[in-house]
Write a protein that binds this ligand. Structure first.
Ligand code: SF4
Length: 200
């Protein structure tokens, strides 16, 4: 696992539970509004050893109930199922934060019962997806991940960072109408001071 960061205690990343947050290093998107610029490079060398993270989780297992695997994009990690498996084996609930670009891995994690919560970013309405991701996206994969998430029967959340210079109110309504009935969707506050692209 390429781990670029660890937050040892958070009350705001897993609904209803205090948690630790593990940030995977590397992302396949380049969202202009991203505030995790340091986590995007897949070849970064200043990562935290997995053993160090596991030792921390083992020590806190009777205090912390949950772990969030965030990024970067966690589904790019080839060892992700094995890593989550180790975390679950010591008793943690696990939430994944994903950009939805890898439905096959998401399905594998669900098949292996490795997830308790899914949070998926919905960057934009379909016609603006490439612009808001900063790359050419496979929208079919995004649609598949939406379907997998909503059919998972797990608690889930779809999240859109609302950058008002890039997304109109109509765009947000279009996103909501795109999601299946009953899907949970929230908008997140954009933080311009840490954005990948300045001046948005
Ligand atoms: S905001 Fe975009 S670029 Fe940043 S980590 Fe998430 S998916 Fe990757």
């Amino acid at each position: 696992m390429q781990i670029g960061g660890l937050v040892k205690f958070s009350l705001s990343d897993y609904t209803g539970y205090p948690c630790a947050v593990i940030f995977c290093q590397g992302c396949n998107f380049r969202c202009p509004f991203c505030h995790n610029g340091d986590l995007l490079d897949c070849k970064a060398t200043t990562t935290i050893p997995e053993e160090e993270v596991m030792a921390f989780l083992d020590k806190r297992k009777n205090i912390l109930p949950a772990v969030v695997i965030s990024g970067g994009e966690p589904t790019l990690e080839p060892d992700l199922p094995g890593f989550i498996s180790k975390i679950k084996s010591i008793g943690y609930k696990v939430k994944i934060d994903t950009n939805g670009s890898n439905p096959a891995i998401l399905a594998t994690l669900l098949d292996q019962q490795l997830l308790d919560f899914i949070a998926m970013d919905i960057k934009a309405p379909k016609d603006k997806y490439n612009k808001l991701c900063g790359i050419k996206t496979n929208i079919t994969d995004i649609i598949k991940s939406i379907q997998i998430t909503t059919k998972s029967n797990l608690p889930h959340l779809f999240r859109t960072t609302w950058v008002k210079s890039l997304l109109s109110e109509k765009d947000i309504k279009t996103i909501i109408s795109w999601l299946p009935d009953g899907a949970n969707h929230i908008t997140q506050k954009f933080r311009p001071e840490t954005a990948l692209t300045p001046g948005l």
